[in-house]
Design a protein around this ligand. Sequence first.
Ligand code: NDP
Length: 333
Amino acid sequence: MTQVRWGLIGASTIAKEWMIGAMRDAGGSVVSVMSSDAARAKDYAVANGIAKHTSDLQALVSDPDIDAVYISTTNELHRDQHLAAAKAGKHVLCEKPLALSLDDARAMVALCHERGVVMGTNHHLRNAATHRAMREAIKASKIGKPLFARVFHAVFLPPHLQGWRIKNPSAGAGVIMDITVHDADTLRFVLDDEPTHVSAMVQKAGMGEGGIEDGVMGVMRFKSGLLAQFHDAFTTRYAGTGFEVHGSEGSLIARDCMTQQPKGEVILRNADGEQSLRLNHENLYARSLRLFHDAVAGKGQPSATGEDGVKSMAAALAAMEAAASGKEIAVAA
Ligand code: NDP
């Protein structure tokens, strides 16, 4: 395992709940944390066993004890923090959505290429055993030509996350930038295809404040002609999650898979009947970190690259524009 030394930009929930453990499980160490608030940085460092803390971005990105930074601040901050880290020669794993505009996200990718540092986007769902098994089954022609997909990703935003996501438009709030961007990435990965057009309608059921959408349904058209339906929400407690691909010769039906947990099941249904695919569940974030560490060591790529982050974000932005305009929108990337 590669000993990557991490600096955290953002004293966030996702880092605390998943990423710090995953970095350590994948053989890395967490050296320092940066928060905009010095006292929060210190408390967070103590609570999570991190030796150093700072409220100074430059101090963190220029720390010679750090090889890579993980950015998990609110979305409007990703770009500048990312550019500062790449300029300082650090490898960067950035949370989704990479930025608030495609031009910004592209600039982040370009700078990492220019500086020769590894860039990943934290689209964890590519690492799920369910989605990897579906991708393999499709590649092995188990369902013939994929014609339709359905993504069920309507969940309930837990009270401790009911902050900027539902209140702050300038932070990139709303269900599309939070969840649809993951759907787009998972569809791209499972289908090995690219979305070209999106139609969508949003719902504002009252959790989102000031006109921020808290539910969305829509359709993406892919290069192959496949149509993918997506349903995302912050407001439904009991819907359950799922991902289905229906082809000319069979269907793949996954349940309980659009989640942070290593769980879920996939059924293959075709002329031979039904069978459950064999799955080797593994912590999604730890797998993502393992591949990132390998990439830092010059072996392979992160599970979702910077380019993946740009393309998946382009589909989410198209969904936003489609909902706002009532038109079918071409995906820009
Ligand atoms: P949080 O709200 O927990 O953290 C975001 C920022 O809010 C932190 O960087 C911190 O700023 C500030 N903050 C956090 N808690 C407090 C507090 N108690 N008081 C004051 N400020 C606080 O966000 P998430 O962890 O949910 O999301 C962060 C990023 O990660 C987003 O980009 C999101 O889209 C992404 N994400 C990705 C997931 C994935 O599975 N890929 C899952 C969840 C989120 P500071 O650092 O300055 O203190």
